[in-house]
Design a binder for this molecule. Structure first.
Ligand code: HEC
Ligand code: HEC
Ligand code: HEC
Ligand code: HEC
Length: 128
């Protein structure tokens, strides 16, 4: 009986390990809204890698940008930071867009420019 239990345990651990690995590799499905104190909308649909491939965006810093002295830095990117690390939820008086405006300015602005991608509230903020 004992060896059997050991085998079962080993199999169970293997299954658990592969599930967590799969989860870790899964593409982001929505832009997390946990950074807002009291979110009013469901998080926006955004399948990160799939979206960027379909939209043909090659440069990470098209979204994960870096500014120095008010100038956009061409060949640096900030994907190790969250947007909220730099953009405060409430308006500041230094000309930085507040967090919601930063998201809308990034996402909606490009969709408008390209004439592709959702611009209506409910198309991005979809009820799960
Ligand atoms: C192109 C996609 C897109 C569209 C269109 C869009 N949003 Fe958003 N919005 C976002 C993203 C991304 C965030 C950041 C966090 C998240 O996922 O909700 C956000 C955040 C917000 C927030 C702050 C977080 C919260 O839930 O309180 C509000 C409020 C909001 N949007 C309302 C609207 C309204 C109203 C409209 C239509 C006039 C709209 N949005 C259209 C993408 C979009
Ligand atoms: C169209 C805009 C856009 C582009 C292009 C983009 N990202 Fe992102 N990425 C986001 C947004 C939005 C988030 C969520 C940020 C937040 O929560 O503050 C994010 C989150 C991330 C995260 C952390 C969350 C996670 O677990 O996935 C990493 C890492 C990341 N991006 C890497 C990259 C890399 C590398 C590239 C280029 C190959 C890239 N991104 C291109 C918009 C973009
Ligand atoms: C390392 C800090 C930093 C991070 C991280 C960051 N930003 Fe910014 N962002 C800035 C600064 C600084 C400006 C203001 C530039 C200026 O003075 O006009 C800015 C400006 C913007 C603007 C208006 C100008 C433009 O480029 O369109 C938008 C929209 C924006 N950010 C969206 C985002 C989004 C979305 C994310 C996350 C994917 C993000 N930012 C992450 C620093 C940051
Ligand atoms: C640089 C341009 C650009 C930026 C920035 C951008 N998008 Fe898009 N997005 C596109 C294009 C182009 C398409 C249409 C792709 C296609 O033809 O399938 C699209 C399609 C979409 C779609 C519908 C298709 C899908 O992938 O489900 C959603 C949802 C979406 N975008 C959400 C977002 C959100 C949320 C953000 C901000 C975090 C964002 N986008 C930022 C260009 C952009």
């Amino acid at each position: 009986m004992k060896p059997f239990v050991t085998v079962l345990l080993a199999v169970a651990c293997g299954v658990l390990w592969s599930t967590t690995t799969l989860l870790a590799q899964e593409d982001m499905r929505t832009v997390p809204n946990d950074v807002f104190m009291a979110p009013q909308r469901p998080p926006a649909v955004f399948v990160h890698d799939e979206h960027n491939t379909a939209a043909g965006i090659d440069e990470c810093n098209r979204c994960h940008h870096v500014y120095r002295d008010g100038q956009l830095v061409e060949d640096e990117s900030s994907e190790d930071y969250r947007c909220s690390d730099c953009h405060a939820e409430t308006d500041t008086d230094d000309g930085m867009p507040a967090l919601m405006d930063a998201f809308h300015g990034n996402c909606k602005q490009c969709h408008l420019e390209k004439g592709k991608g959702p611009i209506m509230c409910g198309e991005c903020h979809q009820r799960p």
